[in-house]
Write a protein that binds this ligand. Structure first.
Ligand code: NDP
Length: 255
């Protein structure tokens, strides 16, 4: 790679899958990776037009990008997502497990179905995706797996027992898998955001949002770009000694 490309587009020649990239944090991650030169598969569940807009925006940076529908809680959809991506964009070197769902409820109101949905989206889906990603990464002896967890996966969030358990499970998966893959050239890390201003937290009242901002040392909610910048750092070819780590961009809420 020539010197100018490697400094201005450090991910040139790489292919990323970002799950749940039609909006919010996933959207910002897809755009940041494309801007850094990676080809990007923009996965979505329901919002086709938004995902197409994200892919178009990625292409405006000179990267190749496609929008691919797929429910990452379904193994067959995940298999198809990886097949289509490698056929159209090349084999996947960057996997960002971002798709997720949240539910705020009392523990005693949590049904078995609530529990299963949260575990499926937040923990089982990354399991499916990583299993699909690994054979090609192992063959190449290179890869970056980045799991989007949550600050609640570290501290536990009130009224979010099932969500916290699923995100805590993702942190344990990250640490254990990083050990197992230690010598392979593949790193596995997690990003555990604090409160980020996306649709996911729109259910909060203005009062709650103001309280969270006031409690946060930097004095504001996070933005999707705050998380995308952290992912970009972990996706760099220069972070090969950084694995099994949990980085929490949270404005100082948790130190
Ligand atoms: P949003 O609710 O704004 O977006 C969720 C995204 O995930 C959408 O693109 C949605 O697709 C997609 N998605 C949901 N379920 C599936 C599925 N089964 N298969 C494929 N895609 C799916 O979420 P955020 O951007 O706020 O959150 C992104 C990640 O960050 C999540 O894992 C979340 O838990 C985590 N996080 C968020 C925080 C926050 O404060 N916002 C804080 C800490 C962690 P579509 O639009 O097509 O339906």
């Amino acid at each position: 790679m020539n010197q100018t490309l490697s400094t201005t587009r450090p991910l040139f020649g790489q292919t990323a899958i970002v799950t749940g990239a039609s909006r919010g944090i996933g959207r910002a991650i897809a755009l940041a990776l494309a801007k850094a030169g990676a080809n990007v598969a923009v996965n979505y569940l329901t919002r086709e037009n938004s995902a197409r807009e994200v892919a178009l925006h990625c292409r405006s940076y000179g990267s190749n990008a496609i929008a691919i529908q797929g429910d990452v809680t379904k193994k067959s959809d995940v298999t198809r997502l990886f097949k289509e991506t490698s056929a159209q964009l090349g084999s996947v070197t960057l996997l960002i497990n971002n798709a997720g769902i949240a539910r705020s409820q009392l523990f005693l109101d949590t049904t078995e179905s609530d529990w299963d949905q949260l575990m499926d989206a937040n923990l089982k889906a990354p399991f499916y995706c990583i299993q699909e990603a690994l054979p090609a990464m192992l063959q190449r002896q290179y890869g970056r797996i980045i799991n989007i967890s949550s600050i609640w996966g570290i501290t536990g969030g009130s009224y979010e027992v099932a969500y916290s358990a699923s995100k805590g499970g993702l942190i344990a998966l990250t640490k254990a898998l990083a050990k197992e893959l230690g010598t392979t050239g593949i790193t596995v890390n997690a990003v555990a955001p604090g409160a980020i201003d996306t649709e996911m937290i729109q259910a909060l009242t203005e009062e709650d949002r103001a309280r969270i901002s006031a409690d946060t040392p930097v004095g504001r909610l996070g933005t999707p770009d705050d998380i995308a910048n952290t992912v970009l750092f972990l996706a760099s070819p220069q972070t090969s000694f950084l694995t099994g780590q949990i980085i929490s961009p949270n404005g100082g809420l948790l130190t």
